[in-house]
Design a protein around this ligand. Structure first.
Ligand code: B12
Length: 214
């Protein structure tokens, strides 16, 4: 039963069936599956498969795009269920996907989970120029700046963004956390970020540690 429900979510996303995705997610919620199971074993698993098919040349950008839309449609149902943890004001975060990079699903999930954990989140969207991060830090005075990159070609824009914050004299006023599929601990260290997390729930743990430990 559980498997069938997860399979139908997986299929809706894999096939880019935008109308079917919300209903499949709702059915799984109604059957008592946890939001985390639905997200990780249904939705994100399907998106990984989409990535593999693209890499193999079986899917093109158009298919990747409709799958992403189906995932987003499903997320609209899941969103309140990911956020119903005990809310307490934890700090302020400015988040965005770096310049040149249009991938925003992972970034949106991180933003959503941080909000659910009580952070005030200013989401600058995808393709954010370093100067916009600088302006947002001046405007919102966040505790944390969170940078997302999904392409190996846009990872260096994380470094450029950190450099821009340094040049503006703001580097010491914020903690910088980074993430996205091609990013890892080593790269985070290399660009002198303050932390890295591999997924949205660990991003929340990391962000909490950053504001607690100062
Ligand atoms: C959907 C998708 C797209 C969609 C994006 C839609 C959107 N609104 O986001 C579209 C169709 C637009 C797209 C376009 C392209 N894509 Co694309 N895309 C994907 C795909 C299939 C899924 C990405 C995704 O959403 N995953 C699901 C989310 C939940 O996972 P995530 O993003 O990794 O995020 C999690 C963690 O990484 C982490 N995290 C993310 N951000 C942050 C930030 C912080 C601070 C922290 C702590 C954690 C964190 O938490 C998240 C939640 O758990 C991936 C394949 C893959 N498996 O990653 C390819 C992939 C990323 N794309 C790829 C490519 C090549 C492209 C294009 C260049 C294709 C082209 N020729 O045009 C373009 C680039 C456009 C651009 N300039 O950005 C390659 C990248 C290869 C590389 N190594 O650089 C991949 C890996 C596919 C592949 N296997 O080849 N893509």
């Amino acid at each position: 039963m559980e498997e069938e429900l997860l399979d139908s979510i997986f299929a809706a996303i894999l096939d880019g069936d935008i109308p079917a995705a919300p209903g499949a997610v709702q059915a799984a919620l109604d059957a008592g599956l946890s939001a985390e199971t639905i997200l990780n074993e249904g939705m994100i698993a399907a998106m990984s498969r989409v990535g593999e098919l693209y890499e193999a040349g079986d899917y093109y950008v158009a298919e990747m795009f409709t799958s992403a839309k189906a995932l987003q449609a499903g997320l609209s149902i899941l969103r309140p269920h990911l956020q119903n943890s005990k809310v307490q004001a934890a700090g302020t975060v400015v988040i965005g996907t770096v310049k040149g990079d249009m991938h925003d699903i992972g970034k949106n999930l991180v933003a959503m989970m941080l909000e659910g954990a009580g952070f005030q989140v200013h989401d600058l969207g995808p393709d954010v120029h370093p100067s916009r991060f600088v302006n947002a830090v001046l405007e919102h005075k966040p505790d944390i700046v969170a940078l997302s990159a999904l392409l190996t070609t846009t990872m260096p824009a994380m470094q450029t963004t950190i450099d821009a914050l340094s040049a503006a004299g703001l580097r010491d006023q914020v903690k910088i956390i980074v993430g996205g599929a091609p990013v890892n601990d080593e790269y985070a260290e290399h660009i002198h970020a303050d932390g890295y997390a591999p997924d949205a729930s660990q991003a929340v743990t990391l962000a909490k540690a950053m504001v607690t430990n100062g």
